[in-house]
Unconditional design. Structure first.
Length: 515
């Protein structure tokens, strides 16, 4: 075991010290808002020219926000246009998703499913399963961290193996595989895709794929995420069996006196609940398919334009399936005894979104200001010129790798997928597109997702890092942050390299990232 005065821990402590100096994202956006306002006073009236996709030049001007007209614009649009209606009302979409997924989590359905699937499998395949369950648990924000990781320890303890091995595999799936999933239109898809559409629209960037097809913000990465899930499961399981297990099988651990080995077994009531949840899933899925094939089926309007209502409403359809399954499980297990309990469960989950509401008010108003003043376009213009000057604009491969490296490094110091995307997305989506038209919003967003996820497990500044460390200290009291990061590093670097190669393969061979 490494001592606290080892070089590795000193480096980690430096990262922690640097990270502790970085203000909360809300404060950052307030500061950026003020900075943009002041810059417009000096740059107001400046004219510059940007090149469109067809090669034509467009004149742009920076507005001075200290005029009566522009100050009036700030107040007239602060609540509705710039916040609640930003990117087509993304805030409302996020809240709707939490109705269904949050209810399923609050009912206990996700916890029961994890324990059901993980209780009957051999040790050889258990790491693969834990990584997979970790990835899938991202449907519910806290389930993977607070439920799966401690349960993974119990599962390994039950087969007389070091529980840390299972916890590492689960942590790799939950956090390093955060963006992947088999289910389309997850909360991450909504946050990344809908904001990407808003960033593109605000900067005049076509919201089309690198293959030239119109993008659906909720499913534009679905094929890539399917392939990513399979790849990460195989890699995560292999790393656990090949490197982690041989090392930690030789390390001693303790079993807490208050440890209840029945914590991961299902009660008869929970088994009954799962059966009813299965019925609810089948019924709601069948009804959703009916809606997609009949009233929400694809059609061509009088002008000859094709419309796909079922894709436009996929968020509501998936939310309905999770909602119904959670309700069936909750009533079967007596977690819910009346509809008021269902409403209370939804309200509780929405209550966890308080910080998101505060963050989006300041961030969306800042982004709207950046777009309205023309300063965002000017920053993009300068960035694209810089990329051209250093000779990398002609290579989408170099641009993808460069953006991934930048995001992965920033992720070591600034936590939160949403806040970083709101900072990086509005700058890099138009900048990289101007530098190279193959760097479309779907490519840039996919690069961001994989980079953000891969380094989550090797930074002590990740939101749940302290909680994970507490879970592991139950079995190894002297287990440190340095030990945790040392154990997770093989997952992180392997995921980052392989995931980057997968994205480059998709783009290089012209494979659509989604639909």
């Amino acid at each position: 075991m490494k001592k606290n005065n080892s070089p590795e821990v000193k480096k980690i402590s430096l990262i922690e010290r640097i990270g502790s100096k970085i203000p909360d994202p809300v404060i950052i956006f307030i500061g950026l808002f003020i900075i943009v306002m002041l810059l417009t006073a000096f740059l107001g009236g400046k004219e510059f020219y940007t090149k469109g996709a067809d090669g034509t030049l467009t004149a742009n001007h920076i507005k001075n926000m200290f005029t009566t007209e522009n100050i009036r614009w700030l107040f007239d649009n602060a609540l509705l246009t710039n916040w609640l209606a930003y990117a087509g009302g993304i805030l409302g979409t996020i809240l709707i998703v939490m109705f269904g997924i949050g209810l399923a989590e609050e009912s206990g359905l996700f916890s029961a499913l994890i324990r059901k699937v993980g209780s009957n499998i051999s040790e050889r395949f258990l790491p693969y399963l834990l990584v997979f369950l970790g990835i899938m648990s991202n449907l519910a924000s806290d389930a993977g961290y607070l439920v799966l990781i401690p349960l993974a320890g119990l599962l390994y303890l039950g087969i007389k193996k070091n529980p840390l091995i299972g916890m590492f595999a689960a942590f790799a799936g939950v956090s390093a595989g955060f963006s992947a999933n088999l289910i389309p239109a997850t909360i991450i898809d909504v946050i990344i895709g809908k904001n990407a559409q808003g960033f593109a629209d605000g900067a005049g960037v076509p919201f089309v794929s690198y293959l030239g097809n119109d993008l659906n913000p909720y499913t534009m990465h679905y094929y890539f995420m399917l392939a990513s899930t399979a790849m990460l499961v195989l890699l995560g399981g292999f790393i656990t069996n090949r490197f982690i297990r041989p090392k930690f099988e030789k390390i001693s651990y303790t079993v807490p006196e208050d440890m209840n080995m029945d914590d991961f077994t299902l009660s008869d009531v929970e088994k009954k609940g799962l059966r009813w949840a299965g019925i609810g899933f089948v019924l709601s899925t069948a009804f959703s398919i009916f809606l997609a094939l009949v009233p929400l089926a694809e059609y061509v309007d009088a002008e000859g334009a094709s419309h796909t209502p079922y894709l436009d409403n996929i968020i509501l359809l998936i939310t309905f399936v999770f909602f119904t399954s959670g309700v069936f499980y909750g009533f079967a297990t007596k977690k819910f005894t009346k509809m008021q309990d269902v409403i209370a469960a939804m309200s509780k989950q929405i209550g966890t979104m308080g910080y998101t509401i505060v963050l989006t008010f300041f961030s969306y108003n800042f982004l709207a200001l950046l777009s309205y003043t023309g300063l965002g376009t000017y920053i993009t213009y300068l960035g694209a010129k810089a990329l051209e000057a250093i000779g990398v604009s002609g290579s989408s491969t170099l641009l993808i790798i460069g953006f991934i490296v930048i995001t992965a490094i920033i992720n070591l110091f600034v936590g939160g997928l949403t806040s970083k995307w709101l900072l990086l997305g509005p700058v890099f989506i138009p900048m990289l597109y101007q530098a190279n038209p193959n760097m479309t919003p779907d490519v840039v967003a996919a690069a961001y997702r994989l980079a953000d996820s891969s380094t989550n497990i090797i930074t002590p500044l990740m939101t749940y890092a302290g909680i994970i460390l507490v879970f592991m200290k139950k079995y190894k009291k002297d287990f440190s942050v340095g030990d945790l990061i040392g154990a997770m590093f093989p997952y992180s670097i392997t995921f980052l390299v392989a995931w980057t190669a997968l994205l480059l393969t998709f783009v290089g061979f012209g494979i659509p990232l989604g639909f």
